[in-house]
Design a protein around this ligand. Structure first.
Ligand code: FES
Length: 186
């Protein structure tokens, strides 16, 4: 069986100037040559997209600096992995559940690492707005999290919907730790 896993590289890391792009890289297929693709082009990737859709993503969290966000493509959807700052974590923890449209405690949106402890630094989400499926922009909106420009949904630093038409929090994909710093999505 061919290796369809997607591994992170430094090029996958996002900064503000690259925020609107998804970076794909794989050690096993020619898809690495694509380097960077705009999200609307993903549907046109044909076989490469099909191959990636069936695979899993391994992400080395240690390569994501504090305040950085990684975007990867997994099963045809963008996945965001954000290394949150202490301030972002504090903001997420300070929110009263009673003000949330889709109440979830921040730590319930995370999983425990190999040590059994939950590390609140790393938030892993499917980067798709739960309204009509646009891709929200990071470090934006009224709650310092993500903002969906399509119809104005604001998500907080835990990816929870706080304002606008989206009905639900951004979805947490199935993932697991395969070592202290590496997660596998899918
Ligand atoms: S798709 Fe995001 S607000 Fe409508």
């Amino acid at each position: 069986m061919s290796d369809t896993s997607v591994h992170t590289t430094d090029a996958d890391l996002e900064d503000g100037s690259k925020r609107d792009f998804i970076f794909l890289a794989t050690g096993a297929t020619a898809a690495a040559g694509a380097a960077a693709v705009g999200w609307p082009l993903v549907a046109q990737m044909g076989k490469a997209a099909d191959t990636l859709a069936a695979g899993s993503i391994e992400i080395d969290l240690s390569k994501i600096g504090e305040g950085q966000q990684l975007k990867m493509l997994w099963r045809g959807k963008p996945v965001f992995v954000r290394h949150r700052t202490a301030a972002e974590i504090a903001e997420a923890n300070a929110v009263e559940l009673s003000v949330l449209k889709d109440p979830e405690v921040d730590t319930d949106r995370l999983i425990a690492g190999p040590s059994g402890a939950v590390n609140q630094k790393y938030l892993v989400m499917v980067g798709v707005c739960t309204h009509f499926g646009c891709v929200p922009v990071g470090e934006a909106g009224d709650f310092d999290g993500w903002y969906c420009p399509c119809h104005g949904s604001h998500y907080d630093t835990s990816g929870r919907i706080r304002k606008g038409p989206a009905p639900k929090n951004m979805v947490i994909p199935p993932y697991s730790f395969i070592s202290e710093n590496v997660i596998k999505v899918g």
